[in-house]
Structures are given as structure tokens and as C-alpha cells.
Design a protein around this ligand. Structure first.
Ligand SMILES: Cc1cc2nc3c(=O)[nH]c(=O)nc-3n(C[C@H](O)[C@H](O)[C@H](O)COP(=O)(O)OP(=O)(O)OC[C@H]3O[C@@H](n4cnc5c(N)ncnc54)[C@H](O)[C@@H]3O)c2cc1C
Length: 384
């Protein structure tokens, strides 16, 4: 049997950070089922890794994680990354990326430090079961039995939960979050992209949330950062049903849109071309298709009722949400923070720690989820 003082299951963002902050006077082993440390980081931020945000605030998470951010915030994270050689920059929305614009740089500096500190790493090894005897945790893996005094579970989303039941750990079931939404949609909208729109999502519990930005129409749904962020309103109630409403001209009031359309009558153009120049044609057709209207007339013939109808659609173009896709960036749910100490140690099960996405913490897009991974990893590492 392989014995270590500390075993960290999962060498992702949080697990590798945890290992780097743990005291060197103990044998630490990371067990990960992938073939390299922090492999998932390579796909983050579209391959650029948006590692944190200059304006991290607890309000952009599902719960108040300020006590943890007080222990290790975004600036401290960046200082640490700088100290291990990672150069970064931030964009106008405060999103921080490696200067190389490649997620590989983040993975590489983490791997360098794990190697430099001689941390024992067992790759391509899956932990299949955990039990505990009086003194130690016993881990069954695809490459034999391991044991340790202190155990850190840093396995990310949707993993290991059943095993945790053996250890008396409570958790909320996971549901996909930061995800594209399946909606009823007409086929010709596929691949259309909207910018500078206001989007409001409402779930079946009547809760709603708005965001500004881009929306991308897919074959049978909606995507884009705005939609990802709003998807949390469905994932947190574990029910992907409700309504998305898009305000196509959020900077104009209802009256201003009506007046604009009234003036555009003067274009004296066929009604099926009436929206050309204001929106891409597919959006114009979408608005026209939602009403039975004789399109073979001149715009001059548009009635006040018809202009009001158009205005309503422009200010509130609705889509029924029926489900989500499987391209989620994170999972909502996980181990309840109330069952953990401020050091993220189980209150019931001494020497058992959790960090990263396996905890019931999820944030919006923009570096928030990796910041939780760094923050929680550091806290656990120092507590070991
Ligand atoms: C496509 C995509 C893009 C993203 N982009 C961003 C972004 O730009 N910014 C941002 O802040 N967040 C982003 N995220 C979210 C971010 O990647 C996660 O929040 C973060 O990786 C969570 O870190 P973690 O350490 O908890 O889990 P992970 O990084 O998932 O690491 C967990 C590790 O544990 C291993 N593991 C799991 N189960 C076992 C087991 N039984 N035995 C052994 N090993 C196991 C896994 O293989 C994995 O290596 C993105 C996510 C995705 C999917």
C-alpha cells in the first residue's frame, strides 16, 4: 500500500494550487486520472485561460464567498502567478489572461512548480472508492491501494459524489451551469449573432436576471457569454424551463423605437425589407414571421397597430427555454459550505478537505470560477 501524509485527488486548478501551498515537511501525492497536471486549464477561455478578473466580487457567485476571498483574492493570485513566472494582462472588462494569450502558459508554470517541489504525482490513475479506518483514509484506485492521513478532494464537477456518501458528506446534486440554452427557434436564425442587446432570463419560479452583450443563435437554441451567465438562473433551481426575452435596442425607449419605425416608413420599401439596415435580415424576418402580415405592401402602408406590434417585438423578442446543451463550463451544486470550516475541512470528518468546483460555489463567466479554484486551493493547502 502507498502511504502519503496528504493525498490530493484531482490535480486540476484547485488541486495543483493546493499542493503548492501545502507545507513541504510532509509527503504529498496528487492522484489524477488525466495524463498531465491541470489539463483542463488548456481548454479554458477558448484556449487563452481567463484566469481571474480584476473586479472579482462575491455578488457574482451563487453565495457569499467573501470570507474566503478575504483570505486570498485576485490581486494576491496574480502576485503569486507573477512570482512563478506567469506574465498577464487584463482587458477592458477586467478579465485577466496570460500575456502569451495561451492557456498552455498557465498549465506550464503550474507543472514547473509541482516538479520543482518534487511533489509526487500519479497520473492516469482513477480513484474509485474511499473509505476510512481509525487513522487513515484508504483509496482504491485503478493502480492499486493508497492511504493517507489527510485527504483533499479536488475532483471538479460531477465526479466522486457517490463515493462521498461513504464519508458522511452532504452535497447538492450537480446541474450544468454556464451553458447554452435550448429554445424554440426558427431555423433561419441559426448562426446569427447579436451585439449590444439586453437579455432577460426568467425561470419557472418567476426569478429573473438581465445581462447586456452578445447572443449567438444556434440550430435550436441560444449561446454567447450573456446566455452563459443567465443560464445560472436555471441551473441553480435545476430546471431549464422558462423564458428568454431580448431587447434588440436597449438604448432606446419604447417610444423612441416606435418613432424610429414611424420615420422608416418613408423608405417606401417593400415591408419584407423594412428592417434591412436596422437589423440583419434574418432578425427582420423573425419579427415579420411572428405576425400574419401582408409583406407585399410598401412600408408607407404600415398601420400604427403594426408599428406598435413591431416595437413590442424589438423591445421584447421572446424565446421559450426548453432545456440546456451539454457544453457547460461548470456545474452548479456540490459539497455544502455550511458543512465545512473556513479552511474547507469537513466539520464531521476531520482531515477531509474540499477545494474547487466540487464545493457548492459557482460564478459567472469572466475568470470567477478559476478564482474560486485558486482561492479554495490555497486555503486548503495552507491548512494541511
Ligand atoms: C470549456 C471550458 C472553459 C472554461 N473557461 C474558463 C475560464 O476561462 N475562466 C474560468 O474562470 N473558468 C473557466 N472554466 C471553469 C474552470 O475550468 C473550472 O472552474 C476549474 O477548472 C475547476 O477547477 P477544479 O480544480 O475544481 O477542477 P478541474 O480543473 O476539473 O480538475 C479536477 C481534476 O480531477 C480529476 N479527477 C476527477 N475525478 C477523479 C477521480 N475519480 N480520480 C482521479 N482524478 C479525478 C479530473 O480529471 C481533473 O483533472 C471553463 C470550463 C470549461 C469546461
Amino acid at each position: 500500500m502507498n502511504y502519503s501524509d496528504v493525498i490530493i485527488i484531482g490535480g486540476g486548478a484547485s488541486g495543483s494550487f493546493c499542493a503548492l501551498f501545502a507545507s513541504k515537511n510532509q509527503k504529498i501525492t496528487i492522484i489524477d486520472n488525466q495524463n498531465k497536471i491541470a489539463k483542463k486549464i488548456l481548454v479554458t477561455g477558448n484556449g487563452r485561460c481567463n484566469l481571474t478578473n480584476k473586479t472579482i466580487s462575491y455578488e457574482n457567485y451563487n453565495q457569499n464567498i467573501q470570507p474566503y476571498l478575504n483570505k486570498f483574492n485576485a490581486n494576491q493570485t496574480l502576485d503569486f502567478f507573477k512570482s512563478i513566472g506567469l506574465e498577464t494582462y487584463f482587458d477592458e472588462q477586467g478579465r485577466v489572461y496570460p500575456l502569451s494569450n495561451s492557456a498552455k502558459s498557465v498549465q506550464e508554470v503550474l507543472q514547473n512548480q509541482i516538479e520543482k517541489r518534487n511533489i509526487d504525482v500519479k497520473l492516469e490513475t482513477e480513484v474509485t472508492n474511499i473509505t476510512k479506518n481509525e487513522d487513515n483514509f484508504i483509496l482504491e484506485t485503478t493502480k492499486g491501494i493508497f492511504s493517507c492521513k489527510k485527504l483533499v478532494v479536488a475532483t471538479g464537477g460531477n465526479s466522486m459524489l457517490k463515493t462521498l456518501k461513504n464519508l458522511n458528506i452532504n452535497y447538492k446534486t450537480f446541474s450544468p451551469s454556464l451553458v447554452s440554452l435550448k429554445t424554440k427557434i426558427s431555423k433561419n436564425l441559426a448562426n446569427v449573432k447579436l451585439s449590444n442587446v439586453k437579455v432577460t432570463a426568467t425561470n419557472t419560479f418567476g426569478q429573473s436576471k438581465s445581462d447586456f452583450g452578445e447572443v449567438l443563435f444556434k440550430e435550436s437554441g441560444l449561446s454567447g457569454i450573456c446566455i452563459f451567465n443567465l443560464s445560472t438562473i436555471y441551473s441553480r433551481v435545476k430546471n431549464f424551463k422558462g423564458l428568454i426575452s431580448i431587447d434588440l435596442l436597449p438604448n432606446l425607449s419604447y417610444e423612441e423605437v416606435y418613432n424610429l419605425l414611424f420615420q422608416r416608413r418613408q423608405l417606401k420599401i417593400n415591408i419584407n425589407r423594412f428592417f434591412d439596415g436596422l437589423f440583419v435580415r434574418e432578425i427582420g424576418y423573425e419579427i415579420l414571421n411572428r405576425i400574419k402580415i401582408d409583406e407585399n405592401r410598401s412600408s408607407m402602408a404600415l398601420s400604427s397597430n403594426e408599428l406598435h406590434y413591431f416595437t413590442k417585438q424589438i423591445k421584447n423578442l421572446q424565446f421559450d427555454v426548453v432545456d440546456c446543451y451539454q457544453n457547460n463550463q461548470v456545474f452548479s451544486g456540490g459539497v455544502n459550505l455550511e458543512d465545512l470550516t473556513l479552511n474547507l475541512e469537513s466539520k464531521k470528518n476531520k482531515n477531509l478537505f474540499f477545494c474547487g468546483e466540487i464545493c457548492d460555489v459557482d460564478g459567472i463567466c469572466g475568470g470567477y470560477n478559476l478564482q474560486w479554484a485558486w482561492t479554495s486551493g490555497k486555503i486548503v493547502g495552507e491548512a494541511l
